[in-house]
Design a protein around this ligand. Structure first.
Ligand SMILES: C[S@@+](CC[C@H](N)C(=O)[O-])C[C@H]1O[C@@H](n2cnc3c(N)ncnc32)[C@H](O)[C@@H]1O
Length: 289
């Protein structure tokens, strides 16, 4: 991790570069030189600060963004309902600021891969910075399809995943990859990508997840999924309500995010029928099922 997390005694969080040696706010100044994560520090005004290792959640929350990112609640649904697992290959569009990409890359791990398409170069470059900070791409890693003055590609460090490939492209025009495990779409017209997703997905285990803010978009997406032979189509919305617990009692927080969007999940429906004679041959060879 190239960052460290400082939390003051009110719970206010500061994501700092590893080499920052002093920090100050209205609760005082703390000296961070040679202090290890996992320590309590006293400011010159006598207040406690906690130095911690940041989690992915802390980092994504504070990262640079040019467009709206998916919220963890929706990312959680995508990861779990699609059953995205270690070693899988995921195609994603659009990259945006890379928040979803970060969680996808961590879910598929070192043996897996995330290929992420973005049609706007300026967004892809911001995402590259965010992904590089987490060692998911090398610093300055080439973005396929992007013409830029040669950037210097950083070295891979041992503890990084480096499993993300960025591409510039309009996915409504096609997906180049084949035998993909999961396609994830967070863009305005996903129904225009469904046919390409079908071609890209593995026929035995291919899944698709679509995030859209409007119900009309969800409906059009479901129609396209049905037309192109997907099964187990499910549309959900995820609402998260915090519960406030105090000495007085426990109750739902009066503040909550009312709406972000709908998530449509589906999987590829096998189409080729095995003929009766072939099935018998198979049974013979395998000794029956
Ligand atoms: C809402 S943002 C995605 C945010 C991202 N999921 C995140 O968590 O950071 C949608 C992105 O899709 C891109 N986009 C829209 N249509 C596209 C297309 N046809 N092909 C590739 N990218 C597209 C946009 O430029 C934008 O960056």
């Amino acid at each position: 991790m190239r960052k460290k997390l400082l939390v003051d005694e009110r719970g206010k969080k500061y994501l700092l570069k590893k080499d920052v040696e002093r920090f100050g706010n209205d609760l005082g100044v703390v000296d961070l030189k040679d202090v290890k994560e996992g320590s309590v520090l006293k400011s010159h005004k006598g207040h406690n600060f906690y130095l911690l290792e940041p989690t992915l959640y802390d980092i994504v929350k504070k990262m640079k963004r040019r467009v709206t990112t998916l919220l963890p609640k929706d990312i959680g649904i995508i990861l779990t309902y699609c059953g995205i697992a270690d070693g899988e290959t995921v195609v994603e569009a659009g990259t945006g600021s890379g928040a979803l990409t970060i969680y996808l890359a961590n879910a598929v791990g070192k043996q897996g891969k995330v290929i992420t398409y973005e049609k706007r170069p300026e967004f892809a470059k911001v995402a590259r910075e965010n992904l590089a900070a987490l060692k998911l791409v090398r610093r300055g890693q080439r973005i396929i399809g992007l013409e830029e003055d040669t950037t210097e590609e950083g070295e891979e460090e041992e503890d990084g995943l480096y499993n993300v490939i960025q591409k510039i492209g309009d996915v409504t025009q096609g997906i180049e990859e084949r035998d993909v495990d999961v396609v994830v779409l967070d863009l305005p017209d996903p129904w225009n990508v469904v046919e390409h997703a079908k071609k890209a997905l593995n026929k035995a285990k291919g899944r698709i997840a679509i995030f859209v803010p409007y119900i009309e978009q969800a409906k059009k997406s479901v129609e396209a999924l049905k037309e192109h032979g997907f099964m187990e189509i499910r549309t959900v919305e995820c609402l998260v309500r915090d519960i406030e617990i105090s000495e007085k009692g426990a109750r739902p927080s009066p503040r909550m995010i009312g709406h972000t969007g709908y998530i449509v999940i589906a999987r590829v429906k096998p189409e080729e029928c095995i003929k009766k004679e072939e099935k018998q041959d198979l049974n013979g060879a395998e000794g029956g099922i």
